[in-house]
Design a protein around this ligand. Sequence first.
Ligand SMILES: Cc1cc2nc3c(=O)[nH]c(=O)nc-3n(C[C@H](O)[C@H](O)[C@H](O)COP(=O)(O)O)c2cc1C
Length: 161
Amino acid sequence: MKPKNTLITYATKHDSTKKCAEKLAEKLDKATIVNLKDEPNPDLSSYDTIIIGGPIYAGQMQKEVNTFCKNNLLQLKQKTIGLFICCMNDDQAELQLKKAFPEELYSLAIAKDSFGGEFNFEKMNFFEKIITRMIAKQKNSISKIHEDRILKFSNTIKKTI
Ligand SMILES: Cc1cc2nc3c(=O)[nH]c(=O)nc-3n(C[C@H](O)[C@H](O)[C@H](O)COP(=O)(O)O)c2cc1C
């Protein structure tokens, strides 16, 4: 039988989504990672499973992920799909996750979760620092990546490959 291939596509501003994509890839036996900012149109034809991830800023998914989902919707609907977001507002995580992807992908995804995230002040611009201080009441960098959720997600994907 032909081996099944997994592609993890993601976008990031401050690299925490990249970190999560790499952690997830480590847990899957064979996965290719693509940053959609570097490679917006990856060839999907050789992959059976496609995992799409991105960070939430002001309630919105990164535009590279939106464009990728929109441009490839028909092809994506033929694949096994996993979806994840990185975000810091855990109370809003479920809502933000649902809003972040097209309804058709969200409903057919076999794994979907929020992996948490990070505030990285060294990578924020002036306005992002002000917003983070005002809205999240955070003054320092902090990491809240949920390793347990990444493990659970990877186990769900592994059951299908
Ligand atoms: C300016 C700014 C706005 C943000 N807005 C949200 C938000 O609306 N909801 C949320 O849950 N997290 C929000 N976050 C937290 C990010 O989703 C979190 O920092 C994430 O890990 C960033 O991912 P990245 O490092 O891959 O860019 C915001 C962070 C910043 C700096």
